[in-house]
Design a protein around this ligand. Sequence first.
Ligand code: ADE
Ligand code: ZN
Length: 334
Amino acid sequence: MKNFITHLPKVELHLHIEGSLEPELMFELAKRNKVDIPFDTPEEVRKAYEFDDLQSFLDIYYKGANVLIHEQDFFDLTWAYMLRCQEDNVVHSEIFFDPQTHTERGIAFDTVINGISKALDKANKELNISSQLIICFLRHLDEAAAFETLQQALPYKDKIIAVGLDSSEQGHPPEKFARVFAKAIEEGFLTVAHAGEEGPAQNIWDALDMLKTSRIDHGVRCVEDPHLVETLAEQQIPLTVCPLSNIKLKVFKDMQQHNIVSLLRSGVCVTVNSDDPAYFGGYMNDNFYALADTHELTKQEIAQFSINAINASFIAPVAKEDLISAVRSYTASH
Ligand code: ADE
Ligand code: ZN
């Protein structure tokens, strides 16, 4: 099964590029940019990655991003992730970045997006890995700040497919950003949102109704509302689920308790993703291995996660068909 997972063509739909900052690169950038970090070694950093909940993670995660200053830093960060995609046979990735984490520190929006985009272009040419970019608004900041960020994104419409919503879910429901999302849709962006990670099932309904999202990031708390689960399955509304993240942030007690497999068997379009792999102990393959280790999954079910991700992606319809054929023939030959 491990071998089957390793070589299975995969699509990632939930990855925060700032969450792929490995401690080694954090140290290198801290030195290069003369930024102080409160650790002596990368091992020490890894040891500090014990979280009680989403907020305890976010507090450390935003500090880690302080080492990212120049365009080259954003390029190096993104290129390192694309090399990990190659290793894990991820053929397409839809990547979040948080402009406000950087613009709040005085880093220009252009610096961030240019560094990321150049690495994505290089990966497309040299590694044959395609990608899309999604800007996320930080939901703990106010509506005006989100509008300002949307404004900064307008000149980059050709590089950004969608807007999203991340950061602290508790106390910051989707309705806070309904007007920003309406404007983003008017400007031609697709929409996604984190909902039902730590927040209630109602946030999922509200993200769909008020933010008109194409898919829901996380969404695992949908099970608290059986009518919602039925609707997600009937309308094939995708959930971008992140198993290792959910364990690290104590959304579930352990992987055995994770509900992704039962959602798959209920017909929900669930996908497997890594969220913030440098902080949560693994990239795409590690997430698949962890599920296969703790749940009795067939090869067809594992392949279904990949097919779901292709269907849920923003890839053009013809390319989707080619990828699905590739997954089906890979599965048939194993
Ligand atoms: N930002 C980075 N990772 C996140 C997560 N899992 N939930 C909300 N915001 C995030
Ligand atoms: Zn996330």
